[in-house]
Write a protein that binds this ligand. Structure first.
Ligand SMILES: Nc1ncnc2c1ncn2[C@@H]1O[C@H](COP(=O)(O)OP(=O)(O)OP(=O)(O)O)[C@@H](O)[C@H]1O
Ligand SMILES: [Mg+2]
Length: 257
């Protein structure tokens, strides 16, 4: 399978079909399977809305979208998509470990075969070893977000949708988790759609970066980052090539805002 996402003339909005407010208009987007796509754009341009359509949480108003070669609904039913929301919700009465394990309790199929140990491995990966028995209100905002990331990774989804997952973290932790995420992506070959407001983060993580503009939401820049990087999407944050790519993205973002 070549493409993880194929959107053609996609219109997305909120409200009834007849009285909808269009957020994305005529969006054409193809995302290769196994690739890492970063998404930038001003607040309100429709980044989260785009992820919602891919995750089958919102029906498009028009156009077509296929995900992993199927409808978003089929992929969601198979639980092949992991979603880290912008403001993640944990169930307040469940411990950290039980929040991570939530998909096991509500899911079937391949998820139930996932071994228990994975929960602890994932908590350790997210820097939360020893936090398993705490309740969400006993965590900081950034720690809660990391629990949500562990939960999204539990089912080893083929498609991972991440909506500003590291926005609430300090820069050192964020850099560390960026590297963990890249390592995980190299191992899993999952497709990742990663929304961020940080140009540096978008450039460092993405093999490709797109910039959306608002009113209506549309694609205004599509940048292949591979020429700026070494193999397997490796680069240094201080590399002059990456810095110059960031400048180009910044000017696209300024024009889009
Ligand atoms: N449930 C909803 N009902 C009606 N309008 C909505 C709804 N959710 C979002 N919108 C509107 O759709 C537009 C796009 O919202 P969206 O959340 O996709 O933006 P975004 O690019 O993710 O912004 P941010 O960077 O602030 O998260 C905004 O104008 C927003 O007000
Ligand atoms: Mg958003």
């Amino acid at each position: 399978m070549a493409n993880a996402i194929e959107a053609r003339k996609l219109d997305v909005g909120y409200g009834s079909r007849r009285q909808a407010v269009k957020v994305l208009s005529g969006l054409d987007l193809t995302v290769q399977a196994g690739s890492f796509l970063s998404i930038l754009g001003p607040s309100g341009c429709g980044k989260s809305t785009l992820l919602r359509v891919v995750a089958d949480l919102l029906e498009p108003l028009g156009g077509t979208i296929s995900v992993l070669g199927e409808t978003p609904h089929a992929v969601r039913s198979r639980r092949d998509v992991g979603f880290v929301f912008q403001d993640s919700t944990l169930l307040p009465w469940r411990t950290v470990r039980d929040n991570v394990r939530l998909p096991l309790d509500v899911g079937q199929g391949r998820l139930t075969r996932t071994i228990d140990d994975r929960t602890d491995q994932l908590l350790a990966l997210m820097g939360l070893a020893g936090f398993g028995e705490r309740l969400p209100h006993q965590l900081s905002g950034g720690q809660r977000q990391r629990v949500a990331i562990a939960r999204a990774l539990l089912g080893q989804p083929q498609l991972l949708l991440m909506d500003e997952p590291f926005g609430a973290l300090d820069e050192i932790t964020r850099d560390r988790l960026n590297d963990e995420l890249l390592a995980l992506w190299r191992r899993s070959r999952a497709t990742i759609l990663f929304v961020t407001h940080s140009i540096a983060e978008a450039a460092y993580l993405g093999e490709r970066v797109i910039v959306l503009a608002a009113n209506p939401g549309r694609l205004v820049k599509d940048m292949d980052m591979r020429p700026f990087k070494q193999e397997a999407n490796r680069c240094s944050r201080e590399d002059p090539a990456i810095i110059s790519a960031m400048a180009e993205l910044r000017s696209a973002l300024e024009q889009a805002s």
